[in-house]
Design a protein around this ligand. Sequence first.
Ligand code: NAD
Ligand code: ZN
Length: 354
Amino acid sequence: MKGFAMKKIGEIGWIEKERPKCGPTDAIIRPLALSPCTSDVHTVWEGAIGEREDMILGHEGCGVVEEVGEMVKDFKPGDRVMVAAITPDWNSLEAQAGFAMHSGGMLAGWKFSNFKDGMFGDYFHVNDADGNLALIPEGVTIEEACMLSDMVPTGFHGVELADVQFGDTVLVVGIGPVGLMAVAGANLRGASRIIAVGTRPICREVAKKYGATDFIGYKDGSIDEQVLALTNGQGVDKAIIAGGGVETMEPVVKCLKPGGKIGNVNYLGKGTYINIPRVEWGVGMGHKQILGGLMPGGRLRLEKLARLIQCGKLDVTHLLTHKFYGFDKVEDALLLMKEKPKDLIKPVVILEKE
Ligand code: NAD
Ligand code: ZN
């Protein structure tokens, strides 16, 4: 079969590979729609997860079930399914402890385009099919289903980690697609004021649609000073970090109220340490919590998040700024992601013919 791969760090291209084999609890999927991710760019051009040879990229997509193992109970060939970027082993001890995304070791629930071939192939493999697939429900398009693989669940996980409550003033740092979904999630959870940190006009426009009430630019001065100025020196109740580098933690701690919570879903690719400012962290006694997490995967979550789209409570189409048609366009979509033109939020590649 054909696949679009990372040949080595800094090099991409089309390769031929054997079609993946289906184990007793697995499924083999033929993609219907695919979306490249910022993480694919980190993986290929920054060598974020180390060297990989001829590894098929991609972890955002949906498709049709081609084959299932003999122990799979709930899915059959022909089913149209969503798949999350993170596909845990639901029988693992980590899953039993409530952290399925770390099944098999820290971050090891992230298998696609990390430990095994990703979705940008004629076919891709899904472990633990009953736990990791979900039917695409009526009213959800294949391009919307792609946003349920990673962008929605990650942005919303930031909101969960920050524990957003009714009336909270929430800061969202970074309004790429993940940050935009954090804005939408905070809004659904009842945040009052949502202060978004980001500069691109298209991202601001979409953030506003999702519920952002105020904007600041990280290029216009320090984040903490701008937030404190906007909030009469009070700061924010909760914060979600979905952009920038290790340097974003310090200003966010500084403008967080005592008892505040930070949910980081940002991938911190560089630097050895993250600075936590001693005084503003209440000299160790400020009850300011910092949690960072990989998104949870799984069928239940996919089904629940899809219901938000079905019920008209979440519109992910604002994210889909660029559409491509045909499998061979995966390459253009990924290169666009690397280039990141000003009007891009998220590209999607539609494989299914009308
Ligand atoms: P993105 O690159 O499209 O968006 C990040 C945005 O942050 C960009 O618009 C960028 O201009 C902006 N930014 C840069 N520096 C900033 C700063 N100092 N302050 C505020 N904003 C700044 O990426 P994305 O797809 O939205 O993903 C966001 C992050 O989430 C990435 O690091 C990605 O790797 C990570 N991620 C994590 C998970 C997870 O499971 N935790 C899953 C998917 C993606
Ligand atoms: Zn992704």
